[in-house]
Design a binder for this molecule. Structure first.
Ligand SMILES: O=c1ccn([C@@H]2O[C@H](COP(=O)(O)OP(=O)(O)O[C@H]3O[C@H](CO)[C@@H](O)[C@H](O)[C@H]3O)[C@@H](O)[C@H]2O)c(=O)[nH]1
Ligand SMILES: [Mn+2]
Length: 472
């Protein structure tokens, strides 16, 4: 039975982390969660990714740090690097849910973990680096504006001992390590993919029971390149990736390749048709729906409207994931993208069963491509969805809903284009951050909208440099 007042929540402040959020969302759906899926995003996330996220998540909620409350400004200005941290704290404002489980965007669910909702705030697993602290990549919490306020106050008063949310949350929930053993989640709910090898016999003994894997640390799955032919990530040459870490990375990429890339292709198709002149480019080959041309409403020609057949009428064998005649990487406009996800096979399992979605990607009609992003503090960018709990991206009603009016004065204008480059060839897929050169006007607009690159060009050191030059 779906439980509508409880949710899994994640966070993505940019298009790169969105890749992780998408795989996480898909993995939760694959394992048939009965809870809602929520993703918190910030204005940096592109319009296209918001639409893609809304296919998997029940709610895509924009949060903004430019809140007027003084304590937020204080914390924010004193410790600008806490920006992302404070964004994570926004999860406590989701008071339309009675209980939630936060999962970092770099986690992957390996089996159904709905039993986590039986726990109380604040339940979390030990951090592998310092087990008396909990890792803040997976935790059970109870949304409450009061707690949210107290957390922000704590940030303003004490900062965070690691400069980020984990230090802050550990000092706020400081009795975690001693008060109640029920609040200690077993390590299998937050198995760090890269540190497990430090105690290999334990991994051998318990690794196959892992329920959530966490790619913590600086090398994220989306930083690797993947070979779809071998189903394996490419060796980056560092030699530091252990065998089991590789299996987890391969699993992440398999979900990405099978279920997330087809979403891009489909949306690319819709975008092309939705706004003539606006081209959505994807680098690499699309996955045309083999036996069927999409009809005007985007349905597969030979699937019965109403029946909402997944576009999988091309036999798996005949599907060529990436056009063989064009092995070289190329940039193409996706025009026909009724993607066929193909059947799911047991090859997706790495030692333990994984229930894959059977619904796959539907050849859906156009849904509104321009959700409204109106409110500056918290905006729900997706309409409350139809029930998506049954695995796979949600099915949408047949009629395209009318586009909602956009209040231009309040629209924070998310970037139109993807901020990541998807490079796709027959034997290699990679996701790279787009290096974008902004015009001075765009830079100024971003600054005025409060979208400040504290860690990059707007870092204090850079600004000081400019001032020094000016004063010379
Ligand atoms: O630019 C960013 C950085 C982070 N995040 C989100 O914040 C989470 C935490 O960042 P991550 O890069 O996953 O940190 P970890 O490598 O996991 O490092 C640890 O330290 C972090 C800071 O204390 C904690 O948030 C993590 O839970 C903890 O595992 C991510 O998963 C995302 O959900 C973004 O959306 N954008
Ligand atoms: Mn993480």
């Amino acid at each position: 039975m779906p439980v509508s007042d409880q949710a899994f929540v994640t966070l993505a402040t940019n298009d790169m982390y969105c890749q992780g959020a998408l795989v996480l969302g898909q993995s939760l759906r694959n394992h048939r969660t009965t809870r809602k899926l929520v993703v918190l995003i910030t204005p940096q996330v592109s319009r296209l990714l918001r639409v893609i996220l809304s296919r998997l998540f029940d709610e895509v909620i924009e949060v903004d740090l430019t809140d007027s409350a003084d304590y937020i400004h204080l914390a924010f200005l004193k410790r600008p690097e806490l920006g992302v941290t404070l964004t994570k704290l926004h999860c406590w404002t989701l008071t339309h849910y009675s209980k939630c489980v936060f999962l970092d965007a770099d986690t992957l669910v390996l089996s159904n973990v709905d039993e986590l909702f039986a726990r109380t705030e604040l339940s979390a697993a030990p951090d592998p680096g310092w087990p008396d602290c909990f890792n803040s990549g997976v935790f059970v919490f109870r949304p409450s504006l009061e707690t949210h306020g107290l957390l922000l106050q704590h940030a303003a008063d004490h900062g965070s001992f690691d400069g980020a949310d984990q230090g802050l949350l550990n000092s706020f929930f400081s009795s975690w390590s001693t008060a109640d053993i029920h609040k200690h989640l077993p390590f299998i709910y937050n198995l760090s993919s890269n540190t497990a090898y430090t105690y290999s016999p334990a991994f051998k003994q318990f690794g196959s029971s892992a329920k959530v894997v966490h790619f913590l640390g600086s090398a994220k799955p989306w930083n690797y390149k993947y070979n779809p032919q071998t189903g394996s990530v490419l060796d980056q040459g560092s030699g530091s990736v252990s065998q089991h870490q590789t299996s987890f990375l391969n699993l992440w990429w398999r979900v990405y390749h099978r279920s997330i890339l087809p979403l891009y292709e489909r949306i690319g198709h819709e975008e092309v048709h939705a706004s003539p002149g606006h081209t959505t480019c994807l680098t690499g080959g699309g996955v045309p729906c083999a036996n069927s041309a999409p009809t005007a409403d985007g349905m597969c020609a030979d699937s019965t409207p109403g029946a909402r057949e997944p576009c999988a009428n091309s036999p798996e064998g005949s599907r060529q994931p990436w056009p063989a005649e064009d092995p070289l990487e190329r940039t193409m406009v996706v025009e026909e993208s009724c993607a066929s996800p193909g059947a799911r096979h047991s090859e997706d399992m790495i030692g333990w069963p994984e229930t894959e979605t059977s619904a796959g990607v539907m050849c859906d009609p156009l849904s509104p491509a321009s959700p409204q992003f109106a409110d500056l503090t918290e905006t729900q960018t997706s309409s409350p969805p139809a029930d998506k709990a049954e695995g796979g991206p949600r099915e949408e009603p047949l009629e395209a809903s009318p586009e909602r009016p956009v209040d231009a004065t309040r629209d924070p204008s998310p970037p139109d284009a993807l901020e990541v480059d998807l490079a796709i060839s027959v034997s290699e897929i990679s996701i790279e951050e787009k290096v974008k050169v902004l015009s001075p006007e765009e830079q100024r607009r971003k600054w005025e909208e409060g979208r400040i690159d504290y860690m990059g060009k707007d870092a204090f050191a850079r600004i000081q440099e400019k001032l020094d030059r000016f004063l010379q």
